[in-house]
Ligand binder design. Structure first.
Ligand code: G3P
Ligand code: CA
Length: 315
């Protein structure tokens, strides 16, 4: 119920083809400094480690605000994007799903129940699945009050609005395609919106965008449609299978709890789909000890609800 506030707080084919065309004709102006601004010389060179060489690694990991700075503002809202910006963090992570009428929206759960007032607003619509509501209906929901009274009135953003805000703030986006099996074709829809909003030009693709998913087929689809886009697979495939993942992805992003330095080193021995060293972003690391542990493993990125805590821990 909505009242559990404090407890929870903790296509047109032609047009699509044009949007999904390669980056050469879509080059845009250089934006903010690239990931190299947060990475060391090894990462800046983009050189992959070869067999027999010590894997190159970043001097320090990227710190990525999970669902925005979701430790201090309601997850996946514009407020969480803005809070990450005020805290000084470029990278935000989000979750993208599709409404009944085909709009892409930023929300994590399969249903709207936990993070909005949908149960009160639409009592007869259980189980309140994202894909059962129109974008207009979702736009009326309060996506902030559950987190705290001061956040009441925050909305579930459309992906377009979300991209506008990230762009306005000069930030970068780790975009997760959430539950792709529930939203067939969402990869093409996502790329279409990214293209229409200017996020597939050369500078965004090179420096400001990573698209990830728990669905290997989804990541494969994104890579097939736009091989220049940096992709990430959420999970921890067996080491023996890493080469097959490296054929379609550029990041292996495991939960931090099962991660080891040996696994990170194995990932770093490979080149990813775009010919640069395969990297590791780990999640969701919310305390200093966990951040130091992940940093010690040599990860390239740490995804966290509390980016300030991770920054203080890893320097
Ligand atoms: O970005 C990694 C992380 O977001 C994956 O888990 O459930 O928070 O989407 P989840
Ligand atoms: Ca996510």
């Amino acid at each position: 119920m909505y009242a559990r506030l404090a407890a929870v707080a903790a296509a047109s084919l032609g047009a699509v083809a044009a949007l999904l065309s390669g980056p050469a004709a879509q080059a845009g102006p250089a934006a903010r400094p690239g990931p190299s601004a947060q990475a060391g010389p090894a990462a800046r060179t983009g050189l992959a480690a070869r067999a027999g060489e010590a894997p190159a690694r970043s001097e320090r990991p990227l710190v990525i605000a999970h669902r925005g700075a979701s430790g201090g503002a309601p997850e996946n809202t514009l407020a969480a994007v803005d809070l990450a910006d005020r805290m000084g963090f470029d990278w935000v992570e989000n979750d993208v799903q599709r409404t009944r009428d085909g709009e892409l929206v930023v929300v994590h759960d399969e249903t709207l129940a936990r993070t909005t007032d949908v149960e009160e607003r639409f009592p007869g619509r259980a189980p309140w699945r994202v894909g059962d509501f129109t974008a207009a209906e979702i736009a009326t929901l309060d996506a902030g009050g559950w987190f705290g009274p001061r956040w009441a009135g925050e909305r579930v953003p459309t992906l377009r609005r979300y991209l506008h805000r990230v762009e306005r703030n000069g930030q970068r986006l780790l975009l997760e395609i959430k539950r792709p099996e529930l939203h067939p074709g969402i990869e093409r829809d996502t790329l279409r919106v990214l293209g229409e909003e200017g996020w597939l030009d050369r500078s965004h693709v090179a420096r400001r965008l990573v698209v990830q998913s728990f669905g290997a087929d989804s990541v494969r689809a994104v890579h097939r449609l736009r091989p220049d886009v940096i992709t990430g697979f959420l999970g921890m495939p067996p080491v023996a299978e890493l080469p097959s993942y490296a054929a379609f992805t550029d990041r292996i992003n495991p939960a931090h709890t099962a991660l080891t330095s040996a696994y990170v080193a194995e990932v770093h021995r490979l080149d990813g789909a775009r010919g640069e060293r395969l990297q590791v972003y780990t999640w969701t690391v919310n305390d200093a000890a966990g951040a130091r542990r992940a940093d010690g493993f040599g990860v390239d990125g740490i995804i966290t609800d509390h980016p300030d805590v991770v920054r203080d821990a890893v320097g």
